[in-house]
Write a protein that binds this ligand. Structure first.
Ligand code: ATP
Ligand code: MG
Length: 513
């Protein structure tokens, strides 16, 4: 067989053309210095911001400072194993996490690796954690309530799906309790939850997981944790991992609730990182871009239009203040980024008014658009009445002779405070809340002494859940969603009857005279 010269050259040409495909090239860099969890690496010319890098010993790092002749890499693991001249490989992937329904019920770290001792996460989808928030055109109005089950909040500081509401207060004032109760209240409401724990103790998180499990809430909740003992970079990226998991659900039409507990510690972790990377310190030694960092994170909470998935992410960031100082740098930042704040007061907490929500300082800028009409009807005057009460109470402690109107205001205020007291892990459903508040609005509790209000509340809720007639009325209310005159009268009639019986019983037992 004769070989034609042009065939040979064609074969050669095609071989040469495919030649470079067979060579595997890897971009590698070399560690110049390593200290305090930061490595300076040279030779990674094409590296991306936030890219995941691999050191020897399978230790991961993240590129954060891209400079002309070196890259500042934060080490996401044990940095003591890294030496000078070690090789660093590019992964060409920005940090990512597995997402999707496989995340439900799981406890993971900031890199999406399971920490709960259960099987490997078998998610088919991964997603980069640093993303841009949905634009204005893809967003929808926030007007559906996200029920917390906490009467003080649902009535006076209503939260809507897609809203960002800050929980702020000193240490040990029940901030986490509000967040956890809200998660517990999402049971059977078709809302997924993500709890991001940043810089907390391991034992605290273990307690939270246990409580959520007991309440059956892990069936729709995923937990991302970076504890106080984890390196600062892991604490820094934890909330991004959390929101990325939430976003995947939102894009698939789900309503999601995400808690960041807490962003003060997140800011501290970022400050640590920035100072180690030798970025210039600003106010309170925080880097200037910490504001941008938090706004970028919180902007990712949204309610999107149907074309964009139709879901929502409601964010409840938590901020810890020092001695009630909300004018410090991080608190003012996050207050200005969110759509309102729930202010927790330590003096209320210590005096037994729990949840220690301060109705004066607290506000929801979405407000009553996130309430059903019936709730609006019974709760619209509460804030004002409490403000009047607080003002009067301050005076009344000096004077003894009080006129009738003042006495009424004081008495009513005390009753409001009693009604909105609530234990942990005991959410009250929307309609029971509404009926409880109706008793306040219509001044039906005048014959019950303050001390007996808690007892009344307990028995009254039992009554609501049991009594046929009131259940019928509630089902009407659920349908028309507001009180008309007749419905209100019917409710008052039954409630009055119950209260009369309750007072009679107290009198018979000589508990009151
Ligand atoms: P930290 O600053 O330590 O994170 P925190 O502000 O998150 O504290 P929590 O941990 O939620 O506060 O609550 C502090 C303590 O108060 C806990 O022991 C909790 O059980 C208790 N507590 C919180 N809310 C209530 C409540 N509504 N009724 C009774 N006890 C409560
Ligand atoms: Mg807490």
């Amino acid at each position: 067989m004769a070989i034609k010269a042009n065939e040979i050259s064609a074969i050669l040409k095609s071989q040469i053309k495919n030649y470079d495909k067979e060579i595997k090239t890897e971009e590698v860099g070399i560690v110049i210095t390593v200290a305090d969890g930061i490595a300076l690496v040279s030779g990674l010319d094409n590296v991306m911001l936030g890219e995941l890098l691999m050191f020897q010993n399978k230790i991961q790092g993240m590129a954060l400072n891209l400079e002309e002749d070196a890259v500042g890499v934060v080490i996401l693991g044990n940095s003591s194993k890294i030496r000078e001249d070690d090789i660093v490989k590019r992964t060409k992937k920005v940090i990512y996490t597995p997402v999707g329904d496989a995340m439900i019920g799981r406890v993971i770290n900031s890199l999406g690796e399971p920490l709960d001792g259960k099987e490997k996460i078998n998610s088919t989808k991964i997603s980069e954690i640093f993303k841009v928030a949905p634009g204005v055109m893809s967003r929808k109005e926030v007007n559906e309530p996200l029920e917390t089950g906490i009467i003080a909040i649902d009535s006076m500081i209503p939260i809507g799906k897609g809203q960002r509401e800050l929980i702020i207060g000193d240490r040990q004032t029940g901030k986490t309790a509000i967040a956890i109760d809200t998660i517990v209240n999402q049971k059977e409401k078709n809302v997924y939850c993500v709890y991001v724990a940043i810089g907390q103790k391991n034992s605290t998180i273990a307690q939270i997981v246990k409580k959520l499990n007991e309440a059956g809430a892990m069936e729709y909740t995923s937990i991302v944790m970076a504890t106080a003992s984890d390196p600062a970079p892991l604490q820094y990226i934890a909330p991004y991992t959390g929101i990325t998991i939430a976003e995947e659900w939102m894009n698939n039409g789900k309503d999601v609730l995400i808690i960041y507990d807490d962003l003060s510690k997140h800011a501290v972790a970022y400050r640590t990182l920035s100072l180690l990377l030798r970025r210039p310190p600003g106010r309170e030694a925080f880097p200037g871009d910490v504001f941008y960092l938090h706004s970028q994170l919180l902007e990712r909470a949204a309610r999107v239009k149907k074309e964009y998935g139709g879901g929502s992410i409601t964010a409840l960031p938590i901020i810890e203040t020092q001695a009630g100082d909300i004018s410090a740098y991080i608190p003012t930042n996050v207050i200005s980024i969110t759509d309102g704040q729930i202010f927790m007061m330590s003096n209320l907490f210590n005096s037994g008014q729990r949840p220690a929500v301060d109705s004066g300082y607290s506000v929801s800028r979405v407000g009553s658009t996130a309430q059903i009409k019936a709730m609006k009807q019974v709760s619209s005057s509460l804030k004002l009445e409490l403000a009047q009460y607080n003002e009067m109470a301050a005076f009344a402690q000096f004077g003894s002779d009080l006129d009738e109107t003042t006495k009424k205001i004081l008495n009513h205020g005390q009753k409001i405070n009693e009604i909105i007291k609530q234990k942990q892990y005991r959410p009250i459903n929307q309609y029971n809340q509404i009926i409880l508040l109706l008793t306040l609005k219509e001044r039906l509790l005048v014959d019950i002494p303050i001390k007996k209000i808690q007892k009344f509340k307990k028995e009254f809720i039992n009554f609501i859940n049991r009594d046929k007639k009131i259940k019928e009325l509630i089902s009407i209310l659920k349908k028309i969603k507001e009180f008309d005159e007749k419905l209100k009268k019917d409710f008052i009639f039954i409630i009055d009857d119950f209260i009369k019986g309750f007072v009679r019983l107290l009198k018979n037992k000589k508990e009151i005279n």
